[in-house]
Design a protein around this ligand. Sequence first.
Ligand code: FEC
Length: 317
Amino acid sequence: MNILFMAYGTPYQRHEIEPYYTDIRRGRAPTKELLQELEERYHLIGRSPLNEITFAQAVRLEAALNATLPLYPQLLQASPGARVRGPARVYHGTKHWHPLIREAVEAMAEDGVRQAVGIIAAPHYSARSTAEYQQKVQEALAELGNPFEIRYVEEYFDHPGYIQAVSTRVGEQRWRLVEPSKALFLFTAHSIPERAAQDGRYPGQIRSTAELVAQRLGLEHWDTAWQSAGRTPEPWIGPDINQKLEEVAAQGYKEVVVTAVGFPSDHLEVYFDLDYEAQNTAQKLGLRLLRTRSLNADPDYIEVLREVVARKWAEFC
Ligand code: FEC
């Protein structure tokens, strides 16, 4: 069983921010002002933990898959004293930094992979996220002469294990509220340009995740909002979280629980956009903002990944 596990990627060091940003902008270098602004955001959070979390997710996914697969065929092939590896191999590549998706695909081809399942650490389908990851895989495969076949887990926004994992974490914050029945539960995801959201698939899936969590917990007041819109002139889907907080305060809410359902992991957009920027907005408005902890490489999220990957791999058999 071969898995290509993909995530966004982040620079490891300060001097890598410019080439990373240039890659996000499809090869167009950012202006001095844009670069400085992004450097300041990283400086403020210290460092994004995204690469470490992605690595931990990949390692734990491989272990979880191997723990549930039959080992007998592998034992037959192993020579005495050989290095122990289970039948599942998880390779990881990121969209914008090293190891790049292309580098992971090359490693898989070198290892003689013939079939693979591709999965992205993003539970919702979007033309500006998951589709672009798949495009990068297809380009890398084409360059190498299509050495293996790949099937993708497209989305898992309504997977019962995923809904349960998010609900557990939202439930933890509910315990901390002064008046839970009067608080608002806001579910956020990364905004994308309006024209990329016209088919409604991405906003619809975000809304479904929020609704399923709200139903499971019996939340009285809940809504969705968007965060982290790009610095480009085109219109991005809204309302932005900061604008939403102003509306929420005007409606008389005193407490808000924010859950970033669009991202499984902690990173810049969680630490800066929510914990710093949205928290500042909330404080100015006199709102108490509690942020739900992320799934990261926790066992309940790994089990969701294991289950959807194993189900997709079964299509090859
Ligand atoms: O921790 C880190 O360093 C990386 C955090 C990070 C994640 C992430 C996830 C998503 N993005 C999505 C869409 C877009 C679109 C553009 C865009 C731009 C940026 C920039 C940074 C950045 N994104 Fe991101 N995104 C993260 C970070 N993103 C930095 C560039 C500066 C800025 O605009 O803020 C616009 C690109 C363009 O100009 O063409 C669109 C979506 C996700 C969630 C799914 C996923 O993880 O892939 C959608 C994490």
